[in-house]
Ligand binder design. Sequence first.
Ligand SMILES: CC/C=C\C/C=C\C/C=C\CCCCCCCC(=O)SCCNC(=O)CCNC(=O)[C@H](O)C(C)(C)COP(=O)(O)OP(=O)(O)OC[C@H]1O[C@@H](n2cnc3c(N)ncnc32)[C@H](O)[C@@H]1OP(=O)(O)O
Length: 237
Amino acid sequence: MLRSCTAGLRSIWALRGRREGAPRLSMDLQPARRLFSTEKVIHKDWALPNPSWSKDLKLLFDQFMKKCEDGSWERLPSYKRTSTQESEDFKTYFLDPKLVEEERLSQAQLFTRGFEDGLGFEYVIFKNNDEKRTVCLFQGGPYLQGVPGLLHGGAMATMIDIALGSCTGGAVMTANLNINFKRPVPLCSVVVINSQLDKLEGRKLFLSCNVRSVDEKTLYSEATGLFIKLDPEKSST
Ligand SMILES: CC/C=C\C/C=C\C/C=C\CCCCCCCC(=O)SCCNC(=O)CCNC(=O)[C@H](O)C(C)(C)COP(=O)(O)OP(=O)(O)OC[C@H]1O[C@@H](n2cnc3c(N)ncnc32)[C@H](O)[C@@H]1OP(=O)(O)O
């Protein structure tokens, strides 16, 4: 564990050195564009391996990519900026132009994807649509520290929220999230979040998940969540 963390940190610093000298080219570094523009923007998919990924994370990624070959599982892409379709889905409910300046909105990005490679949230989610479940592989980097050497519980809660949300599909909001933190997660280690849809009741989706170590021996957390499908007739702002 310690070895993979140190190796991870070494590659992070190597990357930082390279970046400070020569900024990496990325589609997401293009000038900000309007959120609801019809202009086609090509976004970088962040749910793919980069040099900061530990051996454990790469190994699990490869295993799940194999499972995708027969179509039973799919890898969910992940973007910094909301797609036009997603913006459209949520626009009716929340994005009142009076609340957020357009200039600010054009800078908006998913905060889990706002870190340099390896420093924050490194994750990929695989979904099994038939079984209504997802598996999220997550490596929490050094900028997510809470208690020294350990992952901050809020960072874990964020990943749990995203992992549970990935089981829902469509426009939903988290109404309730309940987490039992059972064991502290070492910083830079890889954890596996297994999430499932337990019950659908009208607009209410009841989900649950557990967070385990790669060898499955340690149960770090268990959580349940209630997500509500947004009602197009209602505005929440
Ligand atoms: C989640 C990701 C989704 C989509 C992803 C798409 C694009 C994004 C791209 C990348 C992925 C990024 C993932 C990011 C994940 C982020 C998730 C969040 O952080 S959401 C932000 C935190 N949550 C909120 O701010 C929600 C605030 N609350 C509300 O806006 C509203 O309360 C609500 C949840 C929208 C519900 O309001 P409604 O007016 O629509 O419904 P109600 O009539 O009030 O309730 C319906 C039904 O549900 C029951 N209920 C509601 N809340 C609760 C609760 N806390 N506990 C228990 N039950 C609740 C309510 O009693 C009603 O039940 P019924 O009477 O039996 O029908």
